[in-house]
Write a protein that binds this ligand. Structure first.
Ligand code: PLP
Length: 384
């Protein structure tokens, strides 16, 4: 690798003042320690306690979504979101092939079938124009339901994913959903603090999912949340994620097969502390983008991915876009060997052995992007 890359790597190490810069680390201070200590001292560390209610309420206030239900992780949130949105066994669910495996797993847990579609280079997320072209190709309306004419299965939902915190172009996607009568469920796991036309992601779907895993923009250790503006769906989400127990002072009655997916109080305590700082994290990440722009300008044939028009992103993970002339693996080897942790975007779902027989649309852009996108260190930086 040449001088340009050496000074790029050194620039990042200087910025973080470290010899080895991790991809993303959580940021904690006294508040986290205070809240978790208070939770432990109270004895209420598990499935009941004041922090869960407080976390759900504060998350609703921050996102502007009416109701939130805190759960054990983002994958569980997505599984329940799909279930309460009406996804059933043998339904198909449109989703990008270019996503983290949780999106496809969540549909599979319900015995539904992921149907992989292409992404846009402008957003890195699902492309509504290509989706509609694909529907015209393979879809037919049968008794008011979009059906895949090759498999005979109902296509029940679409799950856009806001890649690295950059919102998908939602307005045209919503139109497609309405035109063909299927449900929008957002995988907003990466986009807490990201807005499309001024409205928070996760507020567009009938139901949406967030993640608070340790590597996300804020963490509860492990955790997730189901978001919806529909009170009935929110109540139902709470019910089936708490073993579908019928409320009673002492009796154990359950009215369906439920899930033990509730977020423990100790995790919610950590979450309440993190949520107080979310605006600072976002601001610092957006400032990091400006610093990286300067560093990346010294690299030939490389650009920094910037937020699409109409969106304000959280810049959860900073992303380099390599021109085809670069060898992605050589770049990754160099950066990782030189103290700058970096990684490629996920292997697309349609290339995984376990999903290789799922229905797919044309995936030209996915196949191009999988070799050109690299994430570089993105921990929020205290900017003086
Ligand atoms: C993190 C993530 C999830 C959920 O992850 P959990 O680790 O289960 O909290 C889902 N989808 C995407 C795209 C993610 O990045």
């Amino acid at each position: 690798m040449n001088e340009q890359w050496i000074s790029f790597a050194n620039g990042i190490k200087d910025l973080y003042q470290k010899d080895f810069v991790p991809l993303h680390e959580p940021t904690f201070n006294e508040t986290e320690i205070d809240y978790v200590t208070d939770c432990v001292k109270s004895g209420w560390v598990s499935s009941v306690g004041k922090y869960v209610d407080r976390f759900e309420q504060e998350l609703a206030e921050f996102t502007g979504v009416q109701r939130t239900v805190a759960v054990v992780n983002g994958t569980a949130a997505l599984q329940i979101a799909l279930k309460i949105a009406g996804v059933q066994q043998d339904d198909e669910v449109f989703m990008p092939s270019l996503t983290f495996v949780a999106t496809a797993n969540a549909a599979s847990y319900l015995q539904a079938v992921p149907h992989f579609v292409d992404v846009s280079e402008k957003t890195l997320g699902l492309d509504p124009v290509k989706l509609e072209e694909h529907i015209k190709d393979i879809g037919e309306m049968k008794s008011g339901q979009l059906t895949n004419k090759h498999t005979g299965r109902i296509i029940r939902a679409v799950v856009p994913m806001h890649t690295f915190g950059h919102p998908v172009d939602l307005d045209p996607l919503i139109e497609v959903c309405e035109r063909y009568n299927f449900v929008l469920v957002e995988d907003a796991a990466e986009s807490l603090g990201s807005y499309y036309k001024g409205k928070h992601t996760g507020g567009f779907g009938r139901v949406s999912a967030l993640s608070f895993n340790g590597n996300k923009i804020m963490t509860t250790g492990g955790g997730g949340a189901i978001l919806t503006n529909d009170d009935k769906l929110a109540d139902y989400a709470k019910h089936i994620t708490t073993t579908a127990k019928v409320p009673h002072r002492w009796a154990y009655e359950h009215d369906e097969i439920g899930y033990n997916y509730r977020m423990p109080n100790i995790n919610a305590a950590l979450g309440c502390a993190q949520l107080q700082k979310i605006s600072t994290f976002i601001e610092e990440k957006r400032q990091l983008t400006e610093i990286y722009e300067e560093l990346v300008s010294g690299l030939d044939g490389v650009s920094l991915f910037k937020e699409p028009t109409n969106t304000t992103g959280n810049y959860w993970l900073q992303t380099l876009v390599l021109e085809q002339k670069h060898n992605r693996d050589a770049v990754l080897d160099f950066l990782n060997e030189n103290g700058v942790m970096s990684r490629p975007i996920w292997t697309p779902m349609h290339e995984l052995e376990l999903f290789k027989n799922m229905p797919t649309a044309d995936l030209t852009i996915t196949k191009k992007l999988k070799n050109t996108l690299i994430n570089i260190p993105s921990t929020p930086l205290k900017v003086k």
